[in-house]
Design a protein around this ligand. Sequence first.
Ligand SMILES: Cc1cc2nc3c(=O)[nH]c(=O)nc-3n(C[C@H](O)[C@H](O)[C@H](O)COP(=O)(O)OP(=O)(O)OC[C@H]3O[C@@H](n4cnc5c(N)ncnc54)[C@H](O)[C@@H]3O)c2cc1C
Ligand code: FES
Length: 256
Amino acid sequence: MRPIDVTILDVVSEAPQIKTLWLDRDLDPYPGQYAMLWIRGLDEVPMSFSGPDSITVQSVGEASEALTSLGKGESIGLRGPLGRGFTILGERILIIGGGVGVAPLAFLGEQAAEAGREVTSLLGYRCCSDMIFLERFQRLGRTVVTTDDGSSGICGRVSAGLEALDIDEYDQIYLCGPEMMMWDVISKIREQAEKIQACINRYFKCAAGICGSCCLDPEGIRVCVEGPVIRADRLLESEFGRYRRGPTGGKGPCRG
Ligand SMILES: Cc1cc2nc3c(=O)[nH]c(=O)nc-3n(C[C@H](O)[C@H](O)[C@H](O)COP(=O)(O)OP(=O)(O)OC[C@H]3O[C@@H](n4cnc5c(N)ncnc54)[C@H](O)[C@@H]3O)c2cc1C
Ligand code: FES
């Protein structure tokens, strides 16, 4: 797939280091699908859709810093929507997100609520100044917040918020965030793994299922085409939460 040229209509600052880029077209993605964003002369990186025509970027390095420095009227190349997104199942759903991982979940929650589903959200942030999209979630239904430093909501990691909820009440659970946060949640409710859809990150190079950079041991799941949304029961016996590959293909510790 060749990149198309998209123009940035607006840039909104959501939190320190996090900005939403509003694009000049609705690309009709499913929540959980992603785009490869080509910053000319620099790099091409994967980013989830935070809405039909928006991408929310956390600045962590050269490419994401360049993306968050773009202004209105500037353009980027875009391949997408790519990959398999979330499937909306059941009547009562629970969204569990951490950090910038809440971005695709806000989009999912809005589509689920529009389709008549009852939405509950459990959101984990480092501190109160990182609480992006809180109002978007609160509009959808009950929202439980945790912060690592206790500056808002329940003090602790997102899994601390599980105690405030009856997990058996939910037909489907949707998860996105740092890998160790997701692993913590999946491990705590592993008997529910079949009803957890997790949106996961691996190092993407081709985003076309060819290079093998994103494959999950031992099944060899190509996260760029078979994911990024993968059912948690498939993750339980995989490398997920244990190690991942970096730019050179070498194995290293999971981030976050
Ligand atoms: C399916 C998917 C969806 C994503 N959605 C979002 C999103 O909505 N918002 C957001 O802020 N970030 C998202 N990311 C992460 C984002 O791609 C990385 O933060 C970004 O590529 C970092 O690039 P950099 O040059 O700024 O940082 P670098 O300094 O190059 O790297 C910092 C870290 O970012 C990760 N990274 C770097 N390049 C890639 C790559 N090509 N593929 C995957 N990870 C990489 C690595 O873990 C690396 O350790 C997503 C990643 C994937 C795989
Ligand atoms: S990024 Fe190349 S196979 Fe997935």
